[in-house]
Design a protein around this ligand. Structure first.
Ligand code: JO2
Length: 127
């Protein structure tokens, strides 16, 4: 009977892996992961807010490196049936996008501004 001994990748190693990490472009903190990409009639959207600002918005199921701020509102919501509030970088507080919540699946997702993210680990935001 052969027994495999020694170290194997634990669940937490996998959970902690940053190979697909996506980071705050300002401070480098890991905000989300490629594996959490979500399509809401598309992953990437070009959207305007009431102030006339244009955003390239990417949708993710989760963004552990973001904190939400403010009272969710449905005013000007880009996604029908969803309330939004602000999503800020958990480390530097930069505005990264919006957190969306609703009654149907998915009940929660994040719309993150492409230009506020970097897809390179350890990228120097000054580069
Ligand atoms: C989210 C911002 C937005 C809206 C905004 C600042 C102020 C206001 C901002 N539709 N929200 C969404 N506001 C997005 C939007 O689903 O318009 O862009 O309504 O006073 O994030 O800069």
């Amino acid at each position: 009977m052969l027994q495999v001994v020694g170290e194997t990748d634990s669940e937490s190693d996998v959970e902690n892996a940053t190979d697909d990490g996506i980071y705050c472009a300002t401070c480098g903190y890991m905000v989300t992961r490629a594996r959490w990409r979500l399509s809401m009639n598309g992953h990437e959207h070009v959207l305007f807010n009431p102030a006339g600002q244009v955003f390239r918005v990417l949708c993710y199921r989760e963004a552990t490196g973001a904190v939400d701020r403010g009272v969710p509102t449905d005013e000007f919501s880009w996604f029908k049936g969803y309330l939004w509030n602000f999503a800020l970088c958990r480390r530097c507080g930069n505005h990264l996008g919006w957190r969306f919540t609703g009654d149907s699946e998915p009940a929660l997702f994040f719309g993150l501004i492409k230009g506020k993210l970097t897809f390179r680990s350890g990228a120097n935001p000054e580069d």
